[in-house]
Design a protein around this ligand. Structure first.
Ligand code: BJ8
Length: 443
């Protein structure tokens, strides 16, 4: 995405003007006109939502830079990796273990999309009452808008919600899609099935990458991904401070970029940002005054550039202090724990990877009490005065779980606001009115 008022690119310490990637996008088969339209819309969106914030941490300049090059430099990096014989593998869900892809020296990229551009094309294939997230990734492919999908050698889908499960059958006609079977309970039989699916994924990745996934490679990959999750965990803890050292918008952006960026570079940069935030906390500095109403977001993932609700919340004088979401703590809590494992035993290491991923509390599971527990923990830890439950329209699993979340919020004696929306901006005024009324309750 080339953003309006894009920061210059950095080469060493030198700033160089933005580069022209037209040839690369043409070679990838993008629809240049549609893509330019997307970049313009996203550019002004980013400027309005992000660059107008005041008192942002300096470390966010790295994120501005990454976003300014998200369809440029990062794609060049992926193509360079491919030129060296590495595979680029895309995924749409948290249940796909990055460690397995990285252990095969592949590059792992997150592919969910958060814009309603391409919806018309998606609706020619999918029912209209499909959730916006599915229509978005589908529409991006059909409209020739996503260089990530085009750069991928293949993508990995999963049997989570019905919409995604069925959409991948069709998506496979446009891009090779390997589907991982995710059970919907955590019974002993389901746990066994999940472990066997991890084995099937290992075989698929090994064959595609032409590389054996060894115990040693897995250990190195686990170290990389654990470090990335640990730094995001550190960021989440720092948000307990009042005044909050970073906005929810910026924290969300960091979590979004975590799906695209090189993991080692990302970890280093976010570590530096956390150092800065620690100094802010010590100096009692923040992005909003002490005592600003604090909100926890809980629900469906918010993929780039789905920033509508966080923007409306913070624009109206609150600060978001946590995301109980796949683009947030649901995706980053729990490291792969190798305690007591024979580190030369590949199967034992894979067991631990399977265990870590099976702890994820997506609403497609039943029962799913852990999610309520996590909302309690996060609200208490980061001192949220209220919870906003965010569900994408037509997302049955999260819409259903809103009921239990209301009960949890009642037990915590904090208010909860249920929002159901899509990726369009049409409902922004109504959402804003409801958010304003909600914030009055927690001031
Ligand atoms: S682990 S939340 S990334 S499945 S919003 S497509 S659930 S109808 S994105 Fe998800 Fe994996 Fe679960 Fe996370 Fe379906 Fe709902 Fe749409 Fe969704």
């Amino acid at each position: 995405m080339t953003i309006r008022r894009a920061p210059a690119r950095l080469k060493g310490n030198r700033r160089v003007p933005p580069k022209d990637y037209t040839q690369m996008w043409t070679d990838l088969g993008l629809d240049l006109e549609a893509h330019a339209g997307l970049m313009n819309v996203l550019g002004s969106f980013y400027t309005d939502i992000y660059l107008t914030q005041t008192n942002r941490p300096k470390g966010m300049e790295y994120l501005d830079f990454v976003i300014s090059e998200v369809h440029g430099l990062r794609i060049e990096e992926l193509l360079a990796a491919k030129a060296q014989g590495r595979k680029v593998i895309g995924a749409f869900c948290l249940y796909v273990p990055e460690e397995i892809l990285i252990a095969a020296d592949a590059v792992s990229v997150g592919l969910c999309a958060g814009a309603d551009i391409g919806t018309a094309q998606a609706e020619q294939v999918l029912p209209r009452n499909t959730c916006a997230l599915i229509k978005s990734f589908f529409g991006f492919k059909l409209a020739g808008l996503c260089p990530y999908v085009e750069a991928c050698d293949f993508v990995i889908g999963e049997t989570t919600c019905d919409g995604k499960t069925k959409a991948y059958e069709i998506f496979n006609q446009y891009k090779e899609t390997f589907v991982l079977e995710v059970p919907h309970t955590k019974s002993p039989a389901a746990t066994k099935l999940w472990r066997s699916e991890i084995g099937r994924l290992v075989e698929k990745v090994e064959t595609a990458a032409g590389k054996k996934i060894t115990a040693a490679n897995l250990l190195k990959a686990i170290e990389t991904v654990n470090a990335k999750r640990a730094v995001l965990g550190r960021l989440n803890l720092l948000r307990a401070a009042d005044p909050a050292p970073i906005s929810g918008r910026d924290a969300l952006l960091i979590n979004q970029v975590a799906f695209y960026d090189d993991p080692v570079r990302f970890t280093k940069k976010i570590g530096e940002l956390c150092d800065e935030l620690e100094a802010r906390v010590a100096a009692r500095e923040g992005v909003a005054p002490k005592g600003t109403p604090r909100v926890l977001l809980s629900g469906c993932p918010m993929a780039i550039p789905n920033w509508k609700v966080p923007f409306l919340v913070e624009k109206n004088g609150a600060v978001i202090v946590g995301e109980e979401s796949c683009v947030g703590e649901r995706g980053t809590r729990n490291l792969v724990d190798l305690t007591g494992v024979d580190i030369s035993d590949r199967d034992a290491i894979l067991d631990r990877i399977a265990e870590r991923y099976f702890k994820i509390d997506c609403a497609v599971f039943t029962p799913n009490a852990d999610r309520n527990l996590h909302v309690r923990e996060m609200s208490a830890r980061n001192h949220a005065g209220g919870v906003i439950h965010y569900a994408i329209q037509f997302c049955t699993p999260y819409l259903m779980e809103a009921h239990g979340m209301e009960q949890t919020a009642r037990e915590m004696e904090i208010p909860l606001l249920r929002l159901e929306t899509d990726y369009s901006m049409e409902d922004a005024p109504q959402l804003e009115t409801r958010i304003q009324a909600f914030l009055e309750m927690i001031r």
